[in-house]
Design a protein around this ligand. Structure first.
Ligand SMILES: *Cc1c(COP(=O)(O)O)cnc(C)c1O
Length: 352
């Protein structure tokens, strides 16, 4: 990658955030402590839930969320095929069996009808990711009567019928990895209105000084990370506003060319974690040509899970995966670079 390359994603770290992290470092109290608690309280308040438990990654948060529902070896957990492997890993850590659902062609999110067909007597949970910052049709999935884990790794701040994602399922998770909407470098969080799930996660993330022994984890977040997360959370609304503005610019610029965009469902307020174009053919060429133009574009999902697990079917997932490409979109993307991206997309599409 040349120096001039426009990266696919990039965090915004304000001076205020640098000062907050520095203050924690200077204090000498750098591991899990009061700043983690402040971050948890602020995130729970923002999301509109009873409580939150900060951990060291979104994957750890998923692991604890699944365990908190009592999922054991032999149980089945439903998740969409069109997803990264992190949730699949978390299910496998529990010894449970992953059962895949197909995608909703309108958004790429999990399809409620496909979830319904995947339910068996062994189903103990369904993971509902809000991919690309666009809320999934979670209300229809909740009606199926299976406990819902909301995966909000890409969607913090998005709203569904006026409610923040993360407050809609039985338990929810955030990721604060460097490329996510807000970041701690690495980090994650379990959120819920159910005190039982929260106290389970709080107990299991830390192995030290417990009266009764059982195998626990070391999934703790540091106060240095939480200091960054706390400031990022304060800046979240600015970040979302910037993302929406870029998305609106892209959408108006691409209105006349033959590309399909993912369209949010009625009542949904997406945050444009990703801006996805669907290109009917020669996707690899398009991505390579954009790279030549100095712009890093990506397939938004590296490989659908049904391909990893050697399963057949999943026509909507196949169709989206074969066409979807993610353009750079983040608060620090300059007006000039937005213009360069639009020009390059138009040029490279016309040459396919
Ligand atoms: C990033 C991500 C995760 C995993 O989070 P990590 O913090 O990287 O462990 C899980 N689910 C989705 C949808 C993600 O985008």
């Amino acid at each position: 990658m040349s120096i001039k390359m426009i990266p696919h994603s990039r965090p915004v770290i304000s001076n205020k955030a640098i000062e907050a992290v520095s203050a924690v470092m200077a204090s000498g109290l750098i591991s899990q402590g009061k700043v983690v608690r402040q971050f948890e309280e602020a995130a729970a308040k923002r999301t509109g839930v009873q409580g939150a438990v900060a951990v060291n990654s979104g994957t750890s948060a998923l692991h604890l969320a699944i365990l908190s529902l009592g999922v054991k070896a032999g149980d089945e957990v439903i998740l969409p095929s069109y997803l990264c492997v992190a949730p699949l890993n978390a299910i496998n850590y529990c010894g449970a069996t992953p059962v895949l659902a197909d995608a909703d062609p309108a958004t790429g999110n999990i399809d409620p009808d496909s979830v319904k067909s995947a339910i068996t007597a062994k189903t103990k949970a369904v993971i509902v990711p809000h991919l690309f910052g666009t809320p999934a049709r979670i209300n229809e999935i909740k009606k199926l009567g299976v406990p819902v884990i909301e995966d909000c790794a890409q969607a913090i701040g998005a709203r569904y019928n006026g409610q923040e994602v993360g407050s809609l399922g039985d338990v929810a998770i955030f990721s604060f990895y460097a490329t996510k909407v807000i970041t701690c470098g690495e980090g994650g969080m379990v959120l819920s209105n159910n005190e039982k799930f929260l106290s389970f996660a709080r107990d299991m993330r830390d192995y030290d000084e417990k009266e009764i022994y059982k195998p626990r984890f070391n999934y703790k977040m540091t106060d240095m990370e939480a200091a960054l997360g706390l400031i990022q959370l304060q800046e979240l609304d600015q970040f979302i506003a910037a993302r929406k503005k870029i998305a609106a610019y892209y959408s108006s610029s691409f209105a006349e060319i033959k590309v399909k965009l993912s369209i949010p469902l009625p009542g949904c307020e997406p945050i444009f974690y990703r801006y996805i174009l669907q290109i009917d053919s020669h996707l690899e060429d398009f991505i390579a040509n954009m790279e030549q133009s100095g712009i890093a574009c990506r397939r938004p999902i590296f490989k659908p899970l049904h391909r990893i697990l050697n399963q057949k079917g999943f026509p909507a997932t196949e169709s989206i995966h074969n066409k979807a490409v993610s353009l750079p979109i983040y608060p620090g993307l300059s007006q000039e670079n937005q213009g360069k991206i639009i020009t390059a997309v138009k040029k490279n599409l016309s040459q396919l």
